[in-house]
Design a protein around this ligand. Structure first.
Ligand code: RIB
Ligand code: CA
Length: 309
């Protein structure tokens, strides 16, 4: 199985992406690093701990805490959408143990890059702060990884923070600019693609109803906030931004890709610039195939009884 490192700011769609990844046998999520974004990094880390306690993936991934804020500006969160606690503000999560301060995210990213080299895929689901800090410490190691699949940007469509900027890029444009300028094998999953992966509320409800239990009720609880805010904003469902990045990391054939040279502007704008391509961008998505695949794996029911039982 391909080793994967996921850098994330859980967040409702990050949580769905992690649950999808943990039920995908093609990959092994060897490490998960947290970063400030949707919520402050301590809350993002608590949410990761909550999801690990809920789902109990085997093997348990290494977890490391990352940057508490962008490289050069104050943190802007997205609690309006995700809730103050980042997971829909449900009242009754069990307490989780605090994480040790070491190893930190940058050390873990560099260590996996050095050990796995071309075999490693980094999946970035939040602001690119941790990756920029890892580049600063060991650009050579990062340059040897196989793939960097990053959810973010708005190439030929409007942004979701400003008309020209998407959230992950707008939170830390300095970090994103450095990552795009470093010559990494970037596979960008922008809003151009993720807005094609709209999950209807009824689809989530029908899937969860097929496998009742604690996991399904938790997913229903925190995702309901996402649906409520999305519908309030006039959307037809929840855009599966981060789950699609995981899906494309597992199966790139879900998308049609365009080679492009991009730079990230001072406020997180995704800019096409002249010169040789520095990334490939997911544009067309096989939405039906992805949504079916995501729902099949999000919350699988109990193992089917065999005839002898
Ligand atoms: O713009 C969508 C991205 O910003 C997603 O990663 C979501 O979790 C937020 O971080
Ligand atoms: Ca995210």
């Amino acid at each position: 199985m391909a080793p994967i490192l996921i850098d994330t700011d859980p967040g409702i769609d990050d949580a769905l992406a992690l649950l999808f990844a943990w039920n995908s046998p093609e990959i092994q999520v060897e490490a998960i690093t947290t970063v400030a974004g949707n919520v402050p990094v301590d809350i993002a880390t608590t949410n990761l701990q909550r999801l690990l306690a809920l789902r109990k993936p085997v093997p348990r991934p290494l977890v490391a805490v990352g940057a508490s804020g962008p490289l050069a500006r104050a943190l802007t969160t997205a609690t309006r959408y995700h809730g103050e606690d980042g997971l829909g503000d449900l009242p009754d999560w069990p307490d989780v143990a605090p994480l040790p301060g070491s190893p930190d995210a940058v050390s873990v990213i560099i260590d996996l890059a050095r050990r796995h080299e071309r075999a490693l895929t980094i999946v970035a689901l939040g602001p690119l702060t941790n990756l920029a800090l890892a580049l600063k410490e060991d650009a050579a190691a990062l340059g040897r990884v196989g793939r960097v699949v990053a959810m973010g940007g708005a190439v030929d469509v409007p942004g979701n923070v400003t008309p020209t900027a998407e959230f992950n890029m707008s939170v830390d444009p300095e970090a994103a600019h450095r990552v795009f300028a470093a010559g990494l094998p970037i596979e960008l999953v922008p809003l151009d693609a993720t807005r094609q992966a709209m999950l209807p509320r009824a689809g989530m409800r029908a899937t969860l109803a097929r496998s009742p239990g604690l996991l399904a009720s938790r997913i229903q609880g925190f995702s309901e906030r996402g649906f409520r805010i999305a519908h309030g904003d006039g959307e037809q469902g929840m855009a599966l931004h981060d789950p699609l990045a995981v899906g494309l990391a597992i199966d790139p054939s879900l998308g049609k890709w365009e080679a492009a040279r991009l730079a990230i502007g001072p406020e997180g704008e995704t800019l096409r610039i002249n010169g040789a391509p520095n990334c490939r961008v997911a544009k067309g998505i096989d939405s039906n195939r992805f949504i079916r695949w995501f729902l099949d794996r999000l919350c699988p029911g109990p193992a089917p009884r065999d005839a002898s039982s």
